[in-house]
Design a protein around this ligand. Structure first.
Ligand SMILES: Cc1cc2nc3c(=O)[nH]c(=O)nc-3n(C[C@H](O)[C@H](O)[C@H](O)COP(=O)(O)O)c2cc1C
Length: 422
């Protein structure tokens, strides 16, 4: 894996496909000095206007340097002075060189020098280019030579650069993705994850659902083992790891647990009356027999002896630890496309008998696991009108119970992952 801070991105595409806009948006995420190295020369009024409008768009966030020919040298001068450089663009530079009567060989040689300099600099280089070869063959020789040279230069850059993005109607499509992309973009000083990794985690969190409808598609053991590994990597008090996972695939065992649910549910629903009871009865609250796999998660309060670091003062932290493992399991299952439904309307005593669980072991959760045709967009209890998500703002206190913010305060209305969080 590459450890240097250099990173090179080639952005290609047709004219007005959003190349510069995309480079600017990525470049502005980088904290530090930003250079915009423009190869365009204001040779006529139209070009002057175009350049001015681009400069206005960039505002004071970028330091613009205009250099139509000596790109490698100009870049070398920026060593240590810039954290991100956009070179706009390779095609125009090739054209400028041709206009200065440079032949193919020397232009490609200069392109090689440019690559070497791009790779040397301590920072992120975005090189913009154009796909000029997609149309009909130009009539004039000069145009044909230019088209071929631009294509050759693009190929050289694409081969050497860490990543290549093709812009299509404003949408970036990564046609070459650097293997170390995520790690390299991580901010080592702050230990912050890269944007794509963050998005993945938040997506798993927001798209995790309690599911009670399962398809018969079997769960591959290798996938479940990954999910249980994730569970096993949860935090636990005194590193006690008090959990066990009883994986149930036997339909006779499931039938016993389903019967347990039926009996427990008959008692549970007695707590509700009228409309609430009707609504309760319409809810599907388990998927025990449907789900190909059930998992009973337990907690052994005696694991690692009588004095577990951190648990003496709060004995219930052993069960909390098992819950941390279950949350890991739930999220890992979601990213694997597996659905999980937690069933607590069960008699733990009955469950212990049916699963042969020893007396001293606590039952923490009974989970149904399998594939589903759809993950609900919101909690089923919300969709059915049973309950709503509370306002987080009202649940957060500052400095004391019900305390209001004085200095430090948070805004919970912000967007997460470019989406309003429900
Ligand atoms: C400890 C625990 C016990 C639960 N027990 C049941 C249950 O017995 N039956 C059920 O249908 N859902 C059960 N759920 C699922 C919740 O209803 C669900 O998490 C909640 O409505 C929020 O929905 P979401 O998980 O899809 O975000 C349980 C969840 C937890 C965390």
């Amino acid at each position: 894996m590459k450890t240097v801070r250099n990173r090179t991105t080639l952005i290609t595409g047709g004219s007005r496909s959003g190349k510069s806009k995309f480079a600017l948006s990525l470049g502005e995420k980088v904290n530090g000095k930003r250079i915009y190295l423009a190869t365009a020369e204001a040779l006529d009024e139209e070009m002057r206007e175009r350049i001015q409008s681009h400069q206005k768009e960039r505002g004071g966030r970028w330091n613009t340097i205009e250099e139509p020919i000596k790109l490698a040298e100009t870049l070398a001068e920026q060593e240590g002075k810039s954290d991100v450089v956009i070179i706009d663009c390779l095609t125009l530079w090739t054209c400028n060189l041709m206009m200065k009567d440079k032949d193919r060989k020397s232009i490609l040689c200069m392109a090689k020098e440019l690559i070497a300099q791009c790779k040397k600099i301590n920072g992120h280089i975005f090189l913009i280019t154009n796909e000029v070869g997609a149309g009909i063959v130009p009539e004039g020789k000069l145009s044909r030579d230019f088209r071929d040279l631009a294509g050759e230069a693009n190929q050289m850059m694409a081969e050497s650069f860490d990543e290549v993005v093709h812009m299509v109607s404003g949408i970036p499509t990564y046609i070459k993705k650097s293997l170390w992309e995520d790690s390299a973009s991580e901010k080592k000083e702050t230990h912050e994850f890269s944007q794509s990794k963050k998005e993945g985690l938040y997506e798993a969190i927001y798209k995790r659902r309690d599911v009670r409808q399962f398809s018969s598609k079997p769960v591959p053991p290798n996938t479940l083992s990954k999910v249980l590994q994730a569970a096993h990597h949860a935090g636990s008090v005194g590193f006690m790891q008090p959990w066990n996972f009883i994986v149930v695939d036997d339909s006779d065992v499931k039938a016993k647990v389903a019967e347990n649910f039926m009996q427990s549910n008959l008692k549970a629903k007695k707590r509700f009356k009228g409309e609430r009871l009707s609504l309760y009865e319409s809810l599907k609250l388990e998927g025990i027999t449907e789900a190909p796999i059930n998992i009973c998660v337990t907690c052994d309060s005696f694991r690692k002896g009588p004095h577990v670091l951190g648990r003496n003062t709060m004995p219930e932290t052993d069960v909390y630890s098992a819950c941390c493992a279950i949350q890991n399991l739930w999220l890992a299952a979601r990213v694997e496309g597996l659905a999980v439904g937690w069933v607590s309307i069960l008699s733990p005593e009955r469950l212990k008998i049916d699963l042969g669980i020893p007396e001293h072991i606590k039952v923490v959760a009974y989970l149904c696991v399998g594939y589903t045709d759809s993950f609900y967009e919101k909690p089923l209890l919300e969709l059915s009108g049973w309950e709503r998500r509370s306002s987080l703002e009202e649940l957060v206190f500052y400095n004391n119970w019900e305390g209001k913010p004085s200095g430090f305060r948070m805004d919970f209305s912000m967007e997460v992952n470019s989406k309003r969080v429900h």
